[in-house]
Design a protein. Structure first.
Length: 269
């Protein structure tokens, strides 16, 4: 069985405060994008996780694909599998690639072994893997609150627009991002704004609270955002805690002037 875990962008990201448990509360819209990894699962005599493509640093035992298998195998009588992950989504970019891999592994194991888990069941398991993981169970536009695990479906269709994502080849850890993030409330209803106002009106409303500290430490990322606007983006923002910056365009953009040594991905939304 093979599938293609996708990334997401944040349409607005307001970190509203730190909780007693050390995590942070936020308000954001998670929107799926077509930048994907590839994930394959087959039965095996013993568990194995293999990875190709972009190198993933750290202990493979901490990979969310393995954690997802361990989580379900601890609850259900499922045999060993060989999971192969071909990594394409950049690491530490704010697209939630690792979270997507974990959630898609849960989905695949549920289907492969006919476990009968509902989306609600899967989202509960996904929340044990990480804050962004529940979103990727369905990968549909949603308003995220709490630590990112409370999801409210959002009727938002941006398929007539293009998105350009620029990766400045800088890794920013989520932990480092939260250490210096500025807290704020949106001051408006994010769901209502996204539902009723076109992207061309978002620039003066939507914010990503991570931008101020990230731009201070990495001014080249802010320059990418400004270049996206200069090239005709109607809305541009950093996603997650960085370092990917995306721009939304009304027609397919020619962004050769701003790519340089950066990685770039362009698609319909």
């Amino acid at each position: 069985m093979i599938t293609f875990p996708n990334g997401k962008i944040n349409l607005g990201l307001f970190v509203t405060g730190k909780r007693n448990d050390g995590y942070h509360d936020l308000i954001s819209c998670f929107y799926p994008i077509a930048w994907c990894d590839a994930l394959e699962i087959i039965e095996s005599k013993s568990f194995k996780l293999s990875i190709s493509g972009t190198d993933i640093p750290g202990d493979a035992n901490n990979n969310l694909c393995k954690k997802a298998y361990d989580l379900l195998s601890g609850k259900f009588d499922i045999p060993p599998v060989h999971i192969h992950l071909h990594k394409v989504i950049p690491i530490g970019s704010g697209l939630g690639g690792g979270s997507s891999n974990g959630a898609f592994t849960l989905n695949m194991l549920n289907e492969f072994f006919q476990l009968g888990l509902t989306n609600n069941n899967l989202e509960s398991y996904a929340a044990k893997l990480g804050s962004d993981c529940p979103f990727f169970v369905k990968s549909q536009p949603a308003i995220a609150t709490g630590t990112g695990t409370k999801l409210e479906a959002l009727e938002l269709n941006l398929s007539n627009y293009y998105v350009a994502l620029i990766h400045p080849n800088i890794h920013i850890s989520t932990a480092d991002g939260y250490e210096s993030v500025t807290y704020s409330q949106p001051g408006f209803d994010l769901k209502e704004t996204l539902s009723q106002r076109p992207p061309s009106e978002w620039r003066d409303l939507l914010k990503n609270n991570f931008e101020s500290s990230v731009f201070k430490n990495h001014p080249e990322i802010e320059r990418v955002k400004m270049k996206l606007y200069n090239e005709g983006a109607i809305y541009a923002s950093m996603t997650g805690s960085g370092s990917i910056v995306y721009g939304i365009f009304e027609s397919e953009p020619d962004i050769t002037a701003i790519t340089g040594s950066n990685s770039v991905f362009v698609s319909k939304m």
